[in-house]
Ligand binder design. Structure first.
Ligand code: ZN
Ligand code: ZN
Length: 286
């Protein structure tokens, strides 16, 4: 096992896993069916990218993933995504999608560019003073994240991996926060990795170490596992009160981490009740 993610994204496996977990967990059924619609869009978009990319180089000349955006191509596909939302999303999102559609390509370009530059670098969105309008619209953030995920996967497929840095709390390629951890089978226990919330890079990380504040004392780092999800760990930190969700592939080798993370809804509620904040949430905030 190398410390970097291997190969292309398998959207089909994600869609199949979502259907399987929807059958297993009633509380996650709606969320997973909505996710499947998003994943189908992402799959088609990702597969069409090689043909639709045009003459522009895929990898930015300076090697910085976030420095350039193929905006023409993205704006062609964005209305397709808004259509998917109108057909499958919860009501509030449908309204936000319609509103964004009516604002046109100018506003759509703005939110895509903004997210590409600064998306997922911070845990908490900037908060405006009570009298001012909010600085970031969480729905617009979600739209950009969903569309730019397969786009980032496509660009990074063509990039050389970054120098293998171990045990950094942020992505060595794009500086975003980790969305979850992985335990991959190795030796008797398992090797721990963090997965980037923006570009999906995996990098190796020490087992006993808070991915938010760097706490190393084992007694400050309790791990919780619910009976319902024996392969999903809540790795918390008493020092900074943050937690990382980690998919334990030594317990379930069939898990598809992106999807198993989305399905583990009760763990978020549990963590919230116990005063822990997730380092970075997943696409649907579950
Ligand atoms: Zn990254
Ligand atoms: Zn911590």
């Amino acid at each position: 096992m190398t410390i970097l993610a291997a190969g292309k994204v398998n959207y089909r496996a994600r869609i199949e896993r979502a259907a399987l977990l929807a059958g297993r967990h009633e509380f996650a059924r709606e969320i997973l069916s909505f996710y499947s619609a998003i994943a189908k869009f992402q799959q088609e978009f990702y597969q069409a990218l090689p043909k639709r990319w045009g003459k522009k180089a895929v990898v930015p000349a300076n090697g910085d993933l976030r420095s350039e955006l193929n905006l023409v191509l993205l704006l062609e596909s964005f209305p397709e995504f808004l259509k998917v939302l109108e057909a499958h999303a919860p009501k509030a999102l449908v309204e936000a999608a319609r509103s964004l559609k009516s604002k046109g390509a100018g506003r759509q370009a703005e939110i895509l560019q903004e997210f590409w530059k600064t998306g997922l670098l911070e845990t908490h969105l900037p908060v405006a003073a009570p009298s001012e309008p909010p600085l970031v619209n969480p729905f617009e953030d979600f739209f950009a994240r969903a569309v730019l995920q397969p786009y980032a996967d496509f660009v990074t497929d063509a990039m050389l991996p970054p120098a293998p840095l171990m045990t950094v709390c942020r992505c060595p390629r794009c500086n975003a926060l980790p969305v979850f951890g992985l335990l991959r089978p190795e030796g008797d226990s398992g090797k721990r990795f963090l997965v980037c919330s923006f570009c999906s890079l995996e990098w190796e990380f020490r087992r006993i170490l808070c991915a938010n504040c760097g706490e190393q004392k084992e007694q400050q780092l309790p791990v919780y596992v619910a009976e319902q999800f024996p392969h999903v760990r809540v790795e918390s930190c008493e020092t900074c009160k943050h937690y990382l969700r980690t998919i334990d592939l030594t317990k379930d080798g069939h898990a598809i981490p992106v999807v198993d993370d989305l399905a583990a809804v009760p763990l978020s509620l549990w963590a919230e009740e116990h005063g822990y904040t997730r380092i970075q949430g997943n696409l649907l905030g579950t």
